[in-house]
Design a protein around this ligand. Structure first.
Ligand SMILES: O=P(O)(O)OC[C@H]1O[C@@H](O)[C@H](O)[C@@H](O)[C@@H]1O
Length: 222
């Protein structure tokens, strides 16, 4: 075992909080207003885990100029926040797991495709911000997941080389982003079932954080 630093990089939606069904319903409502017949399967294939610029271009079937994107994103995200607000809570076992990481001096970051408004809704709404050394959101990158940029930037912010980072993800696009960044990936079976995640390249598949120990995680690196 070495003493070099290592880091845990958390995706936000579907990992820190189990909220995928609320995003699906919000996207379906938003798409209906634009006569786009969005279904759960189409959401999973084209939207899940991706930045708004890419998701909007799919739903509106055209590239979205930057001056239009912010308003469209806020329209959709305010539907989502209204639906999810009464249910906002950390994923099972998350708080004890974050405490354990902090107690052992492990560096931590969030790497999310969400806009800053949703990051604030989640991290400030649950008082999670003090647990993270860095937060990288959609506004800070040029290319969204499955591109590795979000996770590479998070690793750089916490000063840890990619091979010593472990990414927690639930979405196919996010798992791909973590692997392309040269990191280890732990998949959360929130949005997808264990069987669907089996061939993704994830080193470990878990239901939630309740049974996970820091030592178990560390073994993935050492
Ligand atoms: O936190 P994550 O999983 O990177 O992604 C956030 C995005 O995840 C997508 O699945 C949602 O539909 C988006 O609206 C959301 O912004």
């Amino acid at each position: 075992m070495t003493t070099a630093p290592w880091a845990v990089l958390f995706d936000m939606d579907g990992v820190l909080i189990d909220n995928t069904e609320f995003h699906i319903n919000a996207w379906i409502q938003f798409a209906q207003l634009r006569n786009f017949p969005l279904t759960r399967d189409l959401y999973i294939e084209h939207i899940n885990g991706r930045v708004s610029a890419d998701a909007m271009a799919y739903v509106l079937q055209r590239p979205i100029p930057a001056d239009e994107l912010a308003a469209l994103t806020e329209e959709k995200e305010s539907i989502y926040r209204e639906l999810y607000q009464p249910h906002l809570q950390p994923a099972p076992g998350l708080m004890s797991f974050l405490d354990a990481l902090k107690a052992q001096g492990v560096r931590t970051a969030v790497g999310t495709s969400a806009p800053a408004s949703n990051v604030s809704f989640t991290l400030d709404g649950l008082n999670l911000r003090p647990y993270f050394d860095a937060v990288v959101d959609a506004s800070m990158v040029r290319r969204g997941k499955p591109d590795p940029e979000i996770y590479l930037k998070a690793a750089e912010r916490v000063g840890v080389e990619p091979a010593r980072c472990i990414v927690f993800e639930d979405a196919f696009a996010g798992i791909e982003a973590g692997l392309r960044a040269g990191m280890h990936v732990v998949a959360l079976a929130t949005t997808h079932m264990h069987e669907e995640l089996a061939d993704t390249g994830a080193a470990l598949i878990i239901d939630d954080f309740t049974a996970l120990t820091v030592n178990q995680l560390r073994q993935l690196i050492d």
